[in-house]
Structure formats: C-alpha cells, structure tokens
Design a protein around this ligand. Sequence first.
Ligand code: F0G
Length: 482
Amino acid sequence: MSNVRFFGGQQFPLEMHKVRIIQKLNLHPIEKRLEAIMGAGYNTFLLRNEDVFLDMLTDSGVNAMSQEQQAAMFRADDAYAGSATYERLHAKLTELFGMEYFLPAHQGRAAENIISRVLVREGTYVPMNYHFTTSKQHIVENGGEVVELIRPEGLDVVSDEPFKGNIDVPRLRAFIEEKTPKKVSYVRMEAGTNLIGGQPFSLQNLRETYQICKEFQIPLVLDASLLADNLYFIHEREEDASGMTVRQITAEMAANADIIYFSARKLGFGRGGGILIREEETYKNMRGLIPMFEGFLTYGGMSVREMEAITVGLDETMDIDMIDQGPQFIEYMVRELDNRGIPVIKPAGGLGAHVDAMRFVDHIPQSEYPAGALAAALYIASGVRGMERGTMSEARDAEGVEPLADMELVRLAMPRRVFTLSQVNYAIDRLDWLYQNRRHIGGMEWEEEPEILRFFYGRLRPKTDWPNTIVKRFRADFGDSL
Ligand code: F0G
C-alpha cells in the first residue's frame, strides 16, 4: 500500500506529527537583506542565521527531533570509555544493518577521512554513481581519482526516470576490466545522490553493482547519509520492493555492501556519524585512526546525548510515517514551481527542491556562477537561504583550471519536519516573482577564492550593480511590505 497521503484538489501533503517546540524567525526588510548578503560576500554560507527567514541551506543537523529522541538524551552515559550509550547505538546499528563492527566518527566527512586513508591507494580509481564534495576531496587527498559512472538520465534535468541515482552497471564492469581490479580501491554508492538533486538509486541497481564488486573482489562502500530518502523512494517507486517494509529494504541494502558510512546529521536526525564494517580485518585497519582523529572508540567525537538521539532516530527512520514528510513536501514544492514554469529538477528527489539555474538565468555564463548569483538574488528577494550547487562547488585542478559543473543548481533544502506548508508557499511565491524578474539578475566573480572547498567560505562580488536593481524592482511591486 502506498503511503503517499496527498489530499484535496491541490494535492497538499499531510504530516503525521504535530509541532510542540518553536523557534521565532526574523524577516528583515529587503534593504537590510541586501546589506546582510553584501556583508557575507554574496555567499549564503556566510550569512548569520539571525538574518535568515527560512533556512533552506541544508538538512544537515537541522532536522526536528521527536519527543522520544529528546527524552533519550537525558539518559546518556557520558563515560569516556565503555559507555552504555555506545552499546545502545552499536546494538541498534547491528540490528538494522546486520554488520558487526562499528566505528563512531564526529560527522560524515570524518568517516570519509578514515575510509579514504585506509582504502585509497596512490594512483587508483574510485568509481561511483556521483561524487559528493567532501568525499571527493578525501579521495583526491589520498592519491585516488574519482570516476563518475552515473547513468545518462541522472544528468537529465527533466525526466520521469524514478531512479536517477543509478550507476551505469555495464560501464562499471567495462571500467574495472579496462583498468584491472587492483587499480580500483573501492566502488562508492551514494544513497539519495546529493549533487544531482537528491536522486535515489534502486535496490536492483545496488544488487547488480555488488555482484560485480564481489566478482572482482573490490569493496563496495555505501554512503548512507541520505538513506532515509532513498528508502522512501524504493518503498514508493520500486516494483520489486513492493510489499517490503522499510526495515526489510534497509537490511537488503546493507546485505549488498561491505562498508556503510553515514552522516548522522542527516541519517538518524541527530549530529554525528560513523562507519559500519563487515570484515574484522578492515575494522582493525581503520580502528587506530579513530582515537587519532575523532575520540575514543566509544564516542568518536560525538556528544553522548546526540548518540542517544541517533539511536532512537535510526529506529524511527524505519517508520514510513516518520520519513515521508521530507520527500512529500519536496514533491509538493517541485510540482508548484513546475506549474509556474520555474525550471526545477524533475522528478522531485529527496533533500530539497533543486532549481535549475542554467535555465532560470540562462543569460549568465557558467564562468559567472549562475547558481551562486541566483542563490544570492533569492535571499535578497525573500530572506530564504538556499545553497549553490554548481561550478562554485567545484575545485580548480592542479593547473588552476576551473571545471564547469554538469549542473547549476540552487538547492532549497527541506529540513525534515521543520517548515509549515505556508512557509513553503512563501518560498514558492518569491521564487515566482524572481522568475518574472530574472533578466535583472547578473553574474558574479571571486573577491576571495580559497583553494580548498572554496564554496564554503569564499567571497564574491556582483559583476554589475544588479542587486540594487532587484531591490528597486521589489519596492516597485511590493510597496513597503517585507
Ligand atoms: N555524504 C553525503 C551524501 C552528504 O550529503 C554529506 C553532507 C556528507 C557525506 C558529509 O557529511 O556533513 O556530516 O560531514 N552533506 C551536507 C549537505 C554538508 O549540506 O548536503 P557531514
């Protein structure tokens, strides 16, 4: 039975929870918003949250917790070593994923650091469905090369393909045969493929990939940070999985991987991370790095309170009523944007709605960061903070050449169970206004460009005075309203 609970003529999504704790928000006048984004070097990462109305930057560490999670935090055992909190988290992970060994880490990229240091050998390749910024950086730092083998429809911005996160299985086989298995450190599959719009892979695709990995004795590493969304989509969209519970799908996914790592800022509605490992030898190879970089083996840099919340959050992730709010709100937002002719990635994925800046501001060349410019313009017009996911998020190569991203996206993340539908409607309405005024948005250039992960803290400036033009147009249309 499908769990999609849209109702009414307009097909509103229906939440299966109520809100019992709130945080007051600020909506500054547009002039103050312009000042704030100027102060932030036109980089939404550098805005102060106080100046943000709807924070759609990310879903990382900002999802709403349940009352059971909050209650569990009170019983955290803060022993440095051998804490009962660790035992409970370990037991839950083993119950859900069927892997015996677990190493805690303070967040997802910390797990990537450990995995890359142990598994990536100089001059080898790491094929994957698609890269994530931090995972790529760690692989490259350790002398490896990322090879993306996403199926072509994954990069097709408008498609009705339900599993755009699928890896191209025949190309994976051909690649391994061409390079030879010993030149491949591991194969990485990312659930809910982040940078192409939170798109899922199918259970069948994972099974086929794992078959190849086993045949060539190459480890399969599953990035489960966005697993909750991927589980939802397999549950809703995959015929082969019909009749399977979320718990069964989770077990089946885990049975088709050798190592599973995750950011618990996403999976488990908490803040932390970790690595699950099937084989003892690999576990022992990684173990020593935890006390070196993270913390003792029974907390790994996480707060024990967060660990308790994650244990409960993981269990709640197995309940479709607890994980469907995100994807259903996103589906609603994507549908409403699409109805207004606003270019958006289709079908709706997890994580958030992804506006296609390549089409929205098609007059801005990629070298002037259309997605970065659109994210800044949207903040000015609405106080909504999104995130650039395009060329700004790429890194220059050794020769200083800047690769142009496959896609130029503005991600409007949907922190789970955080926003109301009226707030989502507000974001849609302002995007609609901005789309009518899109010709006034201009390009950007770097004022300060850091070498590593530049999108996080680099500063830009507009190439013309377009931000002021946006403010003037806004005042002309909205009078003195906010
Ligand atoms: N893998 C995926 C698929 C992610 O989305 C992230 C984080 C990480 C790994 C790294 O985890 O942040 O806990 O170190 N994504 C965040 C985002 C940053 O906003 O999409 P982390």
